[in-house]
Design a protein around this ligand. Structure first.
Ligand SMILES: [Zn+2]
Length: 205
């Protein structure tokens, strides 16, 4: 497995729509596992293929051990052992069905380092996807898991979490976004800033 550099805000691939995977092949499986490793290395809890420069509809999620703070104040512990509540997932061609409830939580993104903002999303979702064996599956997700899946599916459609903010909310972030666009970030993981992606499509990291 390899660690892939993460494309930053300002790169074109983050604004492109990823294409459905029509059949499973070694490249798709390798990409999924590389994405999982890349996400873990960057201490993220979700990653979409666009973020590593690919337009295959793949997302990975791992919220294992992440405490979930709910508005009622009840935290939730690790749920890895309950198969009905998976915390680590590879999803190919994920699609959201029914959505219920709304809640606001502060989000961040590995492609937009050091920027955080409150985002409203559905609290419970039904998601259909194919697993790493290309079997069609369906999952009811809620809370943090639902939120991460929605954030990552947005990426596959070229949408970033800052797009959900009001104009006023986004303008507060403008100076930071401008710096990221120029490649001025303190990210602790390998990245591809906007300028570098335009020049060569990749950087050595
Ligand atoms: Zn993100």
């Amino acid at each position: 497995m390899s660690i892939l550099p993460i494309f930053l805000y300002g790169t074109d691939v983050l604004r492109q729509k990823a294409r459905p995977i029509v059949s499973l092949n070694d490249g798709v499986i390798k990409l999924a596992y590389d994405m999982m490793e890349t996400m873990h290395k960057a201490s993220g809890i979700g990653l979409a293929a666009n973020q590593v420069g690919s337009l295959d509809r793949i997302i990975v999620v791992d919220i294992t051990g992440v405490e979930e703070e709910r508005e009622d104040g009840e935290g939730r512990g690790p749920e890895e052992k309950n198969p009905n509540r998976p915390t680590r997932l590879v999803m190919l061609n994920p699609e959201v069905g029914d959505q219920q409830g709304q809640w606001v939580v502060e989000e961040g993104c590995l492609s937009i380092p050091d920027v955080r903002a409150d985002v409203e999303r559905a609290e419970r979702i039904l998601v259909r996807f194919r697993d790493v064996n290309f079997r069609q599956r369906e999952l009811e997700a809620e809370g943090l898991l639902a939120r991460v899946i929605l954030h990552e599916i947005d990426h596959l459609d070229g949408v970033l979490f800052i797009d959900h903010l009001t104009t006023a909310g986004r303008s507060l972030l403008k100076p930071k976004l401008r710096r990221i666009r120029k490649g001025e970030t303190e990210a602790t993981y390998p990245v591809v800033p906007a300028g570098a992606a335009k020049k060569s499509g990749r950087v050595e990291a």
